[in-house]
Design a protein around this ligand. Sequence first.
Ligand SMILES: Nc1ncnc2c1ncn2[C@@H]1O[C@H](COP(=O)(O)OP(=O)(O)O)[C@@H](O)[C@H]1O
Ligand SMILES: [Mg+2]
Length: 486
Amino acid sequence: MAEALWSWSALLAAAGGESDGAPQVPITGFSIDTRTLEPGDVFVALKDRRDGHEFVTRAFEAGAAAALVCRDYRRQPQDKALLRVADPLQALAAVARSARARLSSQARVLAVTGSVGKTGTKEMLRACLARLGAVHASEKSYNNLWGVPLTLARMPEATRFAVLEIGMNHAGEIAPLTRLVRPHVAIVTTVAPVHLEFFSSVEAIAEAKSEIFLGLERDGSAVLNRDNPHFELLAARARSRCASIVSFGSHSRAEVRRERLELEPTGSRLLVSVAGRRIEYALNVPGEHIADNSLAVLAALHALDLDIERAAAAFSTLEATPGRGARVTLRAPGGSILLIDESYNANPASMRAALAALALVPRDRYPRRVAVLGDMLELGAGAAALHLGLVDAIDAAGVDLVFAAGPNMRLLYDALEPWRRGHWAERSEALARVLVAAVGAGDVVMVKGSLGSRMAPLVEALMREHPRLAEAGRQRAGSGAATEEN
Ligand SMILES: Nc1ncnc2c1ncn2[C@@H]1O[C@H](COP(=O)(O)OP(=O)(O)O)[C@@H](O)[C@H]1O
Ligand SMILES: [Mg+2]
């Protein structure tokens, strides 16, 4: 039997409220969704698009140890242990606070925010820190008002390193989350025009990201991108919280400085100076953006005075995940197709990064470069210009053929030279047939768009048409999720 994460009495003390029954099995986790609930989880009935209270009985059928519910919830015949509180989300936050407080004084907590690269950096930290001790990290992109407290509530007491992703769409969202997390190290991967719909400027985004320092522990560190135009602003905000700053990048004054980067089709080799000490390592995932994220990881390891060489050995074991750069080789008459699945999300920064990574694929293996692009969402008034602005990146990447979906991608599509235009459609589904017919042996195909642009079905259509030769990455995950994951 799995070890208990919380005793019932400790959970009651943490959450407050009244107990109505007691669990018959050890509490081993937390869940807010009965579709993914594991036996032993405490089901937390949150109110979102649906009211979680409608699913309490189903949670018990799935093996929930207990449920955290509102006081006025009416017990159903199949229900087991209930913990009744005024507000389950608040109670979850209270459990999160206790989970953070019960970590040993040796434990170290890292928080990751930024416009792009949060999940990738978090996963790198998970892999690297696991070489040094027990790690607990956010699942997927669980980085919002329920994702952060849920991750903390799930955190085992014996955690040595906790890595929390913290995201936001609006100013003011990060502050309460970082105060729950109380990180020793706060990382801002980069600041770029993402979710611009809700901000007056990219600088305003930088301000909102700087909220992450509000929760820093005393003598904490801020890990900042020295190459980003908003570095000074972030550094000033971090300093005002008495944080020491560890900067990373190619900038001559970066403490963790990239001295050499060899971009290869399937990964990168780096030589990095960490406060004057040279470290060489290989990354198993291609692209300059991934290499940049690894610098942030080194900076965090340095800030915590950890064994960098030992931790960095994990870089060579990383895998791109489906939707975020996973590569699949497909069999086609007369050869193969390389499919790059970037369908999980998109914004101008990650589009450029993905196009640059596409350009690393050698022409002698895959002579024709095909980009299948869906609208980048939530960009506000600048959306048209930000889409049009990709023309240069497409040209620089030597893309031979573009398929596009969505009204904003229409603008980009129309601005391309006629020979680059494959096909445009209002909705991605309408591209499937022409795309499948056009693509063949010798093509590398990169599919990318915001989740709401529904580009994953095009990846699936290509995979249905052509059998897989080999696969890098794991099973498709979360393609049915309803909202963009950042
Ligand atoms: N430093 C970076 N600069 C530009 N694009 C990046 C960077 N890091 C990751 N990306 C790209 O951005 C997208 C989202 O990456 P992810 O790590 O999931 O970020 P987030 O969690 O912040 O949304 C992916 O397409 C990824 O390849
Ligand atoms: Mg994310």
